[in-house]
Design a protein around this ligand. Structure first.
Ligand code: URA
Length: 442
């Protein structure tokens, strides 16, 4: 078999066999297939697509490209959550501790930033000393003792996805249903949780801009998970504007901490309660979604979720004192106030453009080797539907480099649209997808 022939076959729109997909995944993981051939194949898949069987084969090949964690030593039903990627999406940092505080074991593998979106692993590294590359043994020990561990794709978990993910990030091959579904589900299968809750984003800040594509992606992932015996469900949620107000890395950690202190934005809290309640029910803590929501709210009110965050950060080597002194988390030399140019309602905050602005500040990667600056970011002060007056500060930029700041601000100018007419905000939660079907949320 030759990788050249496999690339040509997909380029010509033909279906790849299981053997061909296995050949690619094994060869790429082992370093025998170079990045330039893997990017050509990723682009061919992007353009030509993959059918259900090819997507399932790619997922399983990537899931088995390294270790598959056996969490049977962990007591209870292990739950995991994953988002398809958004702007300002810090839900894992909030709902992980909330769900774990209720005793549900959260065993989560997360990724780094991808394209214009941020990643939980980069964000967690804002805590000085935090180690995302913990060993399999530590991962299992932490889930057993404190009910939560979040690991990066270090070690040998789904190494094929780790390589392909980094490659797709810089080769414009992210927004593709089979590639996203196999990337996410391979990680989820390899990291061993029994219950998988997926947050599939739709809108300008998502990889799936159209709702029908997000729904197709949700259905594809639920099917893959259910077929391998993992209880899988998905929520399709709105990503037409950033979630919450903070976009960046450390700045999002601060907003997540504020949310656990009961001072977070309502859209972020609502999404955490929705996804978290499915995790709590999945873990068998209660069988009522409504009760799970109330229990989760209580973890914020009584401080147990915040305490769980402290335990989690310390257990992975991070400095948990930052949780009580969040000013220790961000060190940006320059603050720039972006002001409204006229009176009116915020009609649109073009979400992927905001993500790109944060990247241009230095918060995302241009190449696989790029170092990111965890301290830079954007804090919005008004969201869609808010009324602003000319001269009001609508966003603060935190930067460490004048040139990068100028580029980021220029990009943001076209993203923030003010209009005379009041506008109707879009619904945050659109669909719930389970192996039994699709429920539209009215
Ligand atoms: N998240 C992932 O893990 N992979 C993707 O391809 C997109 C989002």
């Amino acid at each position: 078999m030759r990788i050249y022939d496999i690339i040509a076959k997909k380029r010509d729109g033909k279906n790849l066999s299981r053997e061909e997909i296995d050949f690619f995944v094994k060869g790429y993981t082992a370093g025998e297939i170079p990045d330039y051939q893997a990017s050509a194949l990723a682009m061919a898949i992007f353009i030509r697509g993959m059918n259900e069987e090819e997507t399932a084969n790619l997922t399983l090949a990537m899931a088995h490209s390294g270790d598959v964690l056996d969490l049977s030593d962990v007591e209870g039903i292990k739950v995991d959550k994953h988002s398809t990627g958004g702007v300002g999406d810090k839900t894992s940092l909030v709902l992980g501790p909330m769900v774990a505080a209720l005793g549900a074991p959260v065993a989560k593998m997360s990724g780094r930033g991808l394209g214009h979106t941020g990643g939980t692993i980069d964000k967690l590294e804002s805590f000085p000393g935090f180690v995302t590359g913990i060993s399999k043994e530590e991962f299992i020990r932490n889930v057993n003792t404190i009910k939560i561990a979040i690991a990066g794709q270090t070690g040998n978990l789904a190494p094929a996805d780790k390589k392909l993910y980094a490659l797709r990030d810089v080769t414009a091959t992210v927004e593709c249903i089979p590639l996203i579904a196999s990337s996410i589900m391979s990680k989820k299968i390899a990291s061993g949780a029994d219950v998988i809750v997926l947050d599939v984003k739709t809108g300008s800040g998502a990889f799936m801009k159209k709702e029908e594509d997000a729904l197709r992606l949700a259905e594809a992932m639920v099917k893959i998970g259910s077929n391998v015996g993992r209880k899988t469900m998905a929520v399709v949620s709105n990503m037409e504007e950033p979630l919450g107000y903070a976009v960046g890395n450390a700045i999002e950690v601060v907003e997540a901490i504020d949310t656990l202190k009961g001072q977070g934005p309502s859209d972020l809290l609502e999404l955490c309660l929705c996804l978290g309640s499915f995790m709590v029910v999945g873990a068998g803590i209660t069988d009522s979604v409504e009760e799970a929501r109330n229990m989760l709210k209580k973890t914020i009110e009584d401080g147990t979720a915040l305490e769980k965050l402290r335990q989690f950060v310390s257990a992975q080597g991070g400095d948990a004192t930052c949780i009580d002194n969040t000013e220790q988390l961000m060190h940006a030399a320059i603050e720039y106030e972006f002001k409204a140019e006229k009176n009116g309602y915020v009609k649109q905050i073009i979400c992927d453009e905001v993500g790109v602005s944060a990247m241009l500040l230095g918060g995302g990667r241009e190449t696989k080797e790029s170092e990111i600056d965890l301290n830079v970011g954007i804090l919005l002060h008004s969201k869609v539907g808010d009324y602003v007056k000319k001269g009001d500060v609508v966003a603060t930029f935190f930067a460490n480099d004048e040139k990068k700041l100028n580029n980021a601000v220029k990009r943001f100018e076209n993203a923030y649209i003010i209009d005379d007419k009041d506008i109707q905000k879009e619904r945050l939660i659109r669909y719930i997808v389970t192996d039994e079907g699709v429920n539209k949320v009215e």
